[in-house]
Design a binder for this molecule. Sequence first.
Ligand code: NAD
Length: 351
Amino acid sequence: MKYKMAIIGYGGMGSWHAENVSSRIPDITVKGILDIQQSACEKAAGLNLYVYSDLKELLADSEIDLVTIATPNNFHKDYAIALLQAGKNVICEKPVTMNVQELEEIMEAAESSGKIFSIHQNRRWDKDFVIVKNILEQETLGKPYFIESRVQGSRRAMYGWRGHKVNGGGMVLDWGVHLLDQFLTLIDSPVVSVQAHLFNLYSDEVEDNIKILLRFQNGVSALCEMSTNCLINNPRWHISCTDGTAVIEDWSCKGKLVKLKADSEMAWSEDIVYTEAGPTRTMAPRPEYTTEVLALPDVTTDWSDYYQNIVAVMEGREALIVKPEQALRVMKVIEKVFESEDSGKGIRCLI
Ligand code: NAD
């Protein structure tokens, strides 16, 4: 083991980091945790993790090379800055901060410390996302023009601290940040407008159902939607491209591509067709012989590449994959999301 790591916030995600890093990243040992809850500390001690009594003790531990922050969102900034100033490399859970200004303060601290600061945008390693990336990079269906990405649940209110504004709760900072990060990774063009519809349906303080529409300078538009009250789900992804359509149904990545055949303009009748929609030429179904159905591309992906990259960056072998500048772009888009909701209008921008 070359490096020792600590975790601040040993709840759902903090214990996930501990388990997965210990079992999958041979170069890192998880030494200990810091948490304000007795039950979290007892659980960690029961698993032979060292329990720091306070932040000062953790900052002074010269064995620690890397700290992952997995507290509620309002604590990310202060911990990140203190850790960087103490010479630790830092991974912060998403959303990196509550707003753009907090992230800029962290980036200044990272710059002056010369230490690594990265954000755990683990959904860049999700299989469904890597499939979409592959389809767009290979231009399998031509050029994309509209990408829809949805995550839909039905338990209504946001859980625990996620329901409180002071903690940085709400669906935009919870799931929105993942799906926006995915869009900004997929589409290599500035965002030129943001339109949001945010609903506080079941939570007193925060939005729990959201729809965000982005327009990119290269002509691609993207819609992300997260709901807590959906009883009949749409597909996880629906992608419209010039030469075909792709659908990924769910997290298990069932789905297909339907592509126009190269000679898809092969003759068909220009006569009106009598369909269930009534007589029509435009909306009449395309003859099946002009299309082909393809399987989704076969991809391999492994979330542990995130931590492998951090090790490689510590050793000067690779550049950081999830960079603070990328998180800053996402946070800038998020500020436009709230501006759009407050004003009831689409917001023009260049992000
Ligand atoms: P959680 O409530 O399960 O755990 C939070 C832990 O932090 C608790 O043990 C709590 O006692 C502790 N804590 C609270 N305030 C603290 C403080 N000031 N100092 C130290 N410890 C403190 O929450 P969670 O679901 O694990 O979320 C934690 C973070 O991880 C959030 O930023 C969340 O957005 C993120 N998260 C990311 C993913 C992902 O897929 N990347 C998934 C879930 C959560």
